[in-house]
Design a binder for this molecule. Structure first.
Ligand SMILES: C[S@@+](CC[C@H](N)C(=O)[O-])C[C@H]1O[C@@H](n2cnc3c(N)ncnc32)[C@H](O)[C@@H]1O
Length: 250
């Protein structure tokens, strides 16, 4: 459980256009598709997938062709309404209102659970991992993305300010003045995953070139070429702003 006095992220707030947010982040979006492709190639059985906190369905065009049944769960009415529109195009997709801490499904149902850019909004990642484990079949896979406390810029900052405690301190870093939004320590996330019955299969550093300057001077194709290489060679937990973990229910 992490302490925050801030209110939960409200994706129903009409002043925030989450779809527009992604229109300006093609590099990050395609970087995520690159790592998901790598992870899906390692998963032998692709019957059913649950996308926890799936939002407006940004990743549905990518995963629906790979799975027989997909369910997108999200607490936001507004985002779910947008996601529901996609069910016409992808008949194997269902959308359901729900939250990560109490998924509206019985035990041992899904082959894969996906949670991208959602755990940073949760006050209790521990309970969310427990719930993901509950709905997964034995040997099912959990694909988790989290905002990384030990990203490159934060490491440089910590070194230059002689704040070496930063590296071992598992306390999440609050990223927003207004809402619950945490950068999380990789070691804390790994131990919570293990505690909740997962083994780590693979971890990858993602969006390694998330920089306004680099995005301005380099064409998208070049950035994605470099991203693809660095996803393989950069250390997973001490490079990029975003970490993707492929974990398996034991
Ligand atoms: C940054 S968006 C990510 C959406 C989607 N996964 C993506 O990557 O495009 C965060 C999402 O988490 C959802 N969310 C917030 N609190 C949640 C909770 N307690 N359980 C599940 N989802 C939650 C929001 O409604 C929103 O759709």
């Amino acid at each position: 459980m992490v302490n925050s006095s801030k209110p939960a992220a409200d994706y129903d707030d009409p002043s925030f256009n989450y779809k527009k947010y992604w229109q300006e982040r093609q590099y990050e979006h395609f970087s995520e598709e690159l790592v998901l492709k790598k992870f899906f190639n390692l998963i032998p059985k692709k019957e059913s997938l649950i996308d926890i906190g799936g939002g407006f369905g940004r990743l549905t065009p990518f995963y629906t062709p790979l799975f027989k049944k997909c369910v997108l769960v999200d607490p936001s009415k507004r985002l779910l309404k947008a996601a529901k529109k996609l069910t016409k195009k992808y008949p194997n997709l269902k959308t359901i209102k729900g939250a990560a801490l109490k998924l509206p499904f019985k035990n041992n149902l899904f082959d894969v659970a996906l949670m991208v850019r959602t755990v940073h909004h949760l006050a209790s990642p521990d309970d969310a991992f427990k719930e993901a484990n509950r709905v997964l079949k034995t040997n099912g896979y959990f694909i988790l993305e989290f905002a990384n406390k030990l990203h490159f810029k934060a490491i440089i900052r910590a070194v230059f300010t002689l704040n070496f405690y930063y590296f071992t301190d598992h306390t999440p870093v609050e990223k927003s003045e207004e809402i619950v939004f945490f950068n999380l320590h990789p070691t804390a996330i790994i131990s919570l995953l293990r505690k909740n019955g997962f083994q780590i299969v693979k971890a990858v550093s993602v969006s390694n070139f998330r920089s306004t300057f680099l995005k301005k001077i380099l064409p998208l194709k070049m950035l994605l070429f470099l991203e693809n290489i660095t996803q393989t060679i950069f250390p997973a937990y001490t490079s990029g702003p975003s970490v993707f973990i492929l974990a398996q229910k034991t």
